[in-house]
Design a protein around this ligand. Sequence first.
Ligand code: ZN
Length: 108
Amino acid sequence: MNNKKIKEYQEELEKIEKELKKGIKEDETSPDFGDDSDHDGESSEKVEAIVDNLGIAKGERDRLEDVENALTKIKEGKYGSCEKCKKPIEERVLDIDPESRLCKACKK
Ligand SMILES: [Zn+2]
């Protein structure tokens, strides 16, 4: 893979990383919302937003891990190799999923 292409993926990954960190941080700084409905107007509004995000919160954390892993690999010059079979990951896969750890064949 050429450096220009890697740079593109890196920029994309950094963008995703930023977005994910923003979402996760908002999640963590929120009050407990479980069964506790005793909130003032301002915080209950925020809680509602977090409840909406809850379903994907776990996925976001996992994804952030993959994104950071991919960024580390770029720095180490190992980006774009499948972690399982060590073959290059198809650019078609990386275009959709730049943090992908596996090639198309190993994903199945
Ligand atoms: Zn593979």
